[in-house]
Design a protein around this ligand. Structure first.
Ligand SMILES: [Fe+2]
Ligand SMILES: [Fe+2]
Length: 169
């Protein structure tokens, strides 16, 4: 536990730790949503999109690692039991029960938008008050914005292909 780390943070610690643990739970669920999506996906551009999902899964896991390290630095405890992930996460796990690529892209776009809002909120909470948490949240925010853009581009490509096929019939 870092006493100075806690002392220099000007944010309400209980509120910050609660929010960081919400984000931590969401990252594990995001990791699994991408990881299982990469296995079950069917439809156009599957190999490419499955690779992209795996790449995103790795990045979500690295976000969980950053959050766990910061929670510990601030004297908190990352959620210990996976059962708590579903309870604490506000960006909910969306099981890919219909594994068609477009559905998976849409589910993950919703998840990314929720993640963007989460890190925007953590940035606002910590801006000018806790520089280390702020920089971590800003780094993660960049990744989530990139994820949303990448998924949106795949979705647009697939939609454009269908529209082109239908128009040329
Ligand atoms: Fe993430
Ligand atoms: Fe993401």
């Amino acid at each position: 536990m870092g006493q100075m780390a806690q002392k220099i943070s000007q944010v309400n610690q209980a509120e910050l730790l609660k929010t960081l643990n919400i984000a931590y739970a969401e990252e594990w669920l995001a990791y699994y949503q991408y990881w299982i999506g990469s296995k079950v996906a069917i439809g156009p551009m599957r190999p490419k999109i499955a690779d992209e999902f795996l790449e995103h899964a790795k990045e979500e896991l690295s976000h969980a690692e950053k959050l766990a390290a910061r929670i510990i630095e601030l004297g908190g405890t990352p959620l210990i039991d996976p059962k708590e992930w579903q309870e604490h996460a506000l960006c909910k796990y969306d099981a890919p029960t219909i594994p068609y690529i477009i559905n998976l892209l849409e589910q993950n776009i919703v998840a990314e938008r929720c993640a963007i809002a989460r890190y925007q909120k953590i940035c606002e909470m910590t801006f000018g008050k806790d520089f280390v948490t702020f920089h971590m949240a800003l780094d993660i925010l960049h990744d989530e914005i990139e994820h949303e853009e990448e998924l949106g581009a795949y979705k647009a490509d697939i939609t454009a292909t269908f529209e082109h096929k239908n128009a040329s019939k």
